[in-house]
Design a protein around this ligand. Structure first.
Ligand code: ASP
Ligand code: MG
Length: 414
């Protein structure tokens, strides 16, 4: 069986959804499970809506905007006949209710932001069915079982395996269309797996169903050795070993969610990254393979924050104060992108999230003198060539630099 994942860009308007349907049609004889994200930039819009609501600002305009966006797509796809308007109105009214809550930010976030995938999957399933593709809508919250670590929930693999296997029966009858990104905790609450988590959802379904492959349909031709938006002559990888692809995601390659590769590699399930605009092109296959030489690959992570902890007394950075810092980072679920120390200070670079940085500073201020800079860029060149390093050193404000046998990394200030 096959698993397909279509992200926000591939279903951002009626035309895109029609294109998606034409791709699915070609595979409609296969046992196929399709995972979709929220449409276009809906997840960002829901995040804004949540923030407005928590600040006590009016949400009416933003809500209407979101409704209009979805209903316009519906009217373009269906005309006046058999529209899923009633289901959509149900989801919108649940959204309005979810906006009002006393719960923690993260829990509240998941109840609100998860609505994007419920809206998109409802529209797409009905559209596929209306074109004659035999499709069943499945609520992924009944299959992706997680803990209640809201906004970044961990998948309970044993439970999910049991539930997901129940889908085999439905797959015998036709295509399954379900949501990425969302799951359910044991207490029945909706959870999310982290931004861009739909790729990971696809990997969970594929792993539990022993899929023959997973295909992520994207707005790029496959995996390239640089961001094509930044580098004009970025080159396409025809194939990549799992390990190389996993490392790229670790360094910040946004083409695939970092958690996606490991479960697939463990089961030797190939992952294809293909273009939805050129569905006949093969794209990139990530699988077990050995490459003689791998192209230098540049990965850029923007919106980085450099936090430096300086010891206050005349002691040095040692294991004790490091464990204090690491303990706090683990508690706050903050991931270090790169780190470095001197005798009296320890520096980390993290994705900038004001709430997390504030909490970190608050909890550590009695132990260290802390400084931070935002708006930084972390560049990683895997399998670098010397001229690439020279390029970075020319005229850029480097705040930190690390070189190993295979990787060059630089933190660049503005
Ligand atoms: N819709 C979610 C997001 O935008 C999940 C995903 O697209 O993978 O982060
Ligand atoms: Mg995405």
């Amino acid at each position: 069986m096959l698993v397909f994942k279509f992200g926000g860009a591939s279903i951002k308007n009626a035309e895109a959804i029609k294109n998606m349907a034409s791709i699915i049609k070609k595979y409609s004889d296969e046992r196929l499970l399709v995972v979709v994200s929220a449409m276009g930039k809906t997840t960002n819009a829901l995040e804004d809506l949540l923030d407005k609501s928590r600040k006590g600002e009016s949400t009416i305009d933003a809500l209407n905007h979101l409704k209009e966006y979805h209903l316009n797509i519906v009217s373009e796809l269906f005309g006046l006949k058999n529209t899923p308007t009633e289901q959509l109105n149900g989801i919108f009214s649940d959204l309005e209710k979810a906006l009002v809550s006393e719960s923690s930010y993260d829990e509240h976030y998941d109840q609100v932001v998860s609505k994007g995938e419920l809206l998109s999957s409802t529209i797409v399933e009905q559209y596929l069915s209306s074109t004659g593709i035999n499709t069943t809508w499945a609520d992924s919250r009944n299959y992706i079982c997680t803990d209640d670590n809201f906004r970044s929930a961990y998948v309970n693999w044993e439970e999910s395996l049991i539930e997901i296997n129940k889908l085999n029966r439905i797959l015998d009858q036709g295509i399954i269309l379900t949501q990425g990104f969302i799951g359910k905790a044991e207490n029945g609450k909706t959870t999310t797996l982290g931004r861009e988590g739909s790729d990971f959802s696809a990997a969970v379904f594929a792993t539990c169903l022993n899929a023959d492959s997973v295909t992520v349909w994207k707005d790029v031709p496959g995996i390239l050795n640089a961001d094509p938006k930044l580098v004009a002559d970025a080159q396409l990888f025809n194939q990549l070993p799992y390990k190389e692809a996993a490392e790229m995601t670790y360094y910040g390659a946004s083409v695939i969610h970092p958690k996606t590769i490991k479960p697939l590699a463990n089961k030797n399930i190939p992952l294809y990254v293909r273009s939805f605009d050129h569905p006949d092109e093969p794209g990139t296959i990530i699988h077990e393979c050995e490459l003689e030489a791998i192209l230098p690959t540049t990965i850029i992570k923007t919106d980085q924050c450099l936090v430096s902890f300086k010891v206050i007394d005349f002691s040095f950075i040692n294991e004790e104060n490091l464990s204090l810092i690491f303990g706090e980072l683990a508690k706050l679920d903050i991931k270090i992108n790169i780190m470095q120390n001197s005798a009296i200070s320890f520096s980390i670079v993290i994705d900038y999230r004001p709430d997390k940085v504030e909490a970190l500073l608050g909890h550590m201020k009695d132990h260290f003198e802390i400084r931070y800079n935002t708006g930084l860029v972390l560049a990683t060149v895997k399998n670098y060539q010397q001229n690439q390093i020279d390029e970075y050193r020319k005229g850029k404000k480097l705040l930190l630099e690390q070189i190993s046998r295979n990787n060059y990394r630089a933190l660049i200030g503005s």
